[in-house]
Design a protein around this ligand. Structure first.
Ligand code: ARG
Length: 468
């Protein structure tokens, strides 16, 4: 079995304790740099704060602080322009940055890990990253909400069947349907912002697990990094990944909401429904069937939600049963998180574009919405208004529907002859949706109230976001 015997290239941060270098198989299996280099900005920011803190504590001379900060500037530009050179032994982003800083700044660089462990460092980096990433997700969710509201306003009068069990149930305004999703995404925004608030605690200064004998300043480094709070328990600080699990749940929930839209749009764009025509830019073709125009964005929004849920459940399984404090298992937190954030941001942009550019076939929607049978509940409520107990009314109308389905005639005709001519109004085009009048209902009477509430929702979201 080959080992890296102690050339500079294979030298790890912890080589002193070991007689020989690490096996290639160990390095290949344990390195995280291929994915945690994503954290380079946060690692450099954390290192700057840490070094300034060491300066304030008198543990670093002004010269050492300046030398390390200058070296960090160089490392930052190397990462930014893609010229950073990884060497064997760079296990993770923290090792790589420290190694390079030490190459540039010499002794001052070799002091940078004073009173710091990769355990508090990685927790700090990941919290900073997640804070920023979730803010970006919030922006993307809000952008989709705005698209939905815009489309709802554009088609304020359009109606389509509302479904239960995927059977036509009662007609609803298209705007009502689109805004239903806006409320769901409003809860997502809320959850993301709550998650950001909860994770906004600096673990820097917790050391490997128990703090340090040196006079460091965790409060100062926390405020330097813009954290709202500082850890109180070093063991918890280095081992807590609740925030990753919570973020993955929030992202999964967004994924589920997108998947529900995805499924609807697969149906709506089908020839069987014909409610929506996708813009060519947001549809795909078939390699063999020239006539095909597929809703691949909608299908992937549906399909990729499985992967988001997988990322969540995978992390929960990893965290389950871990003893305090840091365990290498925790390295498994990053890939699912990075993947879910990336997938959700991509999905939100694609679904926003798809909805924004699609053409609603409001004629087909209205024709489907005005089917006679969906007036059944209105017929029953007509009888209720005359004092008939609802259960009796339900049975009476059910009987009419049964006769209609048995071929005895139109439901409207049967209803008129059995219940009186007044019921004809219930079958007029658009009457069914107009009759949905109660609070929060699907008809035009309740629509302005909901629309005002949506404006309030969006304004309060905007305010919560900008307060951060
Ligand atoms: N790459 C590691 C991780 O992501 C960094 C922390 C390593 N700590 C340790 N004690 N080996 O978790």
């Amino acid at each position: 079995m080959s080992t890296n015997t102690d050339g500079d290239g294979g030298r790890t941060l912890w080589h002193g304790r070991f007689a020989g270098g690490p096996a290639d198989a160990l390095m290949a299996y344990t390195v995280s740099l291929p994915f945690d280099r994503e954290l380079w900005r946060q690692d450099i920011a954390g290192s700057r704060a840490h070094v300034r803190g060491l300066g304030r504590a008198g543990l670093f001379s002004d010269g050492d602080v300046a030398a390390v900060l200058a070296a960090l500037d160089i490392v930052e530009s190397e990462f930014a322009d893609g010229t950073f050179v990884v060497v064997a032994g760079d296990e993770d982003i923290h090792t790589a940055v420290e190694r390079r800083v030490t190459e540039i700044a010499g002794d001052a660089g070799a002091r940078i890990h004073t009173a710091r462990s990769r355990n508090d460092q990685v927790a700090t980096d990941l919290r900073l990253w997640t804070k920023e990433a979730l803010r970006d997700v919030v922006d993307a969710v809000i952008a989709l909400q705005e698209v939905l509201v815009g489309r709802a306003d554009e088609h304020a009068d359009a109606r389509l069947p509302g479904y239960t069990h995927l059977q036509r149930a009662q007609p609803v305004l298209l705007s009502h349907h689109l805004l239903a999703h806006v409320w769901a995404f409003g809860r997502d925004v809320d959850r993301l912002l709550d998650c950001i608030d909860r994770l906004d605690v600096s673990p820097l200064g917790a050391g490997a697990l128990a703090g340090t004998s040196l006079p460091i300043d965790p409060v100062g480094t926390a405020s330097d990094l813009g954290f709202a709070a500082v850890f109180d328990n070093s063991l918890d600080a280095v081992s807590d990944r609740d925030f990753v699990a919570e973020a993955l749940f929030c992202l999964s929930m967004i994924g589920l909401h997108l998947a529900r839209i995805g499924e609807e749009w697969v149906l709506w764009t089908s020839e069987e429904f014909g409610f929506v025509v996708l813009d060519d830019a947001y549809a795909t073709g078939s390699s063999m069937l020239p006539q095909k125009k597929n809703a691949d964005i909608a299908e992937l929004a549906r399909g990729k939600s499985g992967r988001l849920i997988g990322n969540l459940t995978g992390l929960l399984a990893t965290l389950k049963g871990l003893p305090l404090a840091y365990n290498r298992d925790l390295q498994e937190d990053k890939e699912p998180l990075f993947d879910s954030v990336r997938q959700v941001v991509l999905a939100l942009a694609a679904v926003s574009g798809m909805i924004d550019t699609a053409r609603f076939n409001t004629g087909a929607m209205a024709a489907a919405a005005d089917a006679d049978v969906t007036a059944a509940t209105d017929l029953a409520e007509f009888l209720v208004r005359r004092g008939v107990p609802f259960r009796t009314a339900h049975a009476t109308v059910g009987e009419l529907v049964r006769r209609h389905l048995a071929g005895e005639g139109d439901l409207a005709d049967l209803a008129r002859s059995e219940l009186g001519d007044e019921v004809a109004d219930l079958f007029a085009p658009g009457a069914q949706v107009r009759n949905r009048t109660s609070r929060g209902a699907a008809g035009p009477q309740a629509a302005p109230v909901q629309r005002a509430a949506i404006d309030e929702l969006l304004a309060s979201q905007r305010q919560r976001v900008s307060a951060r």
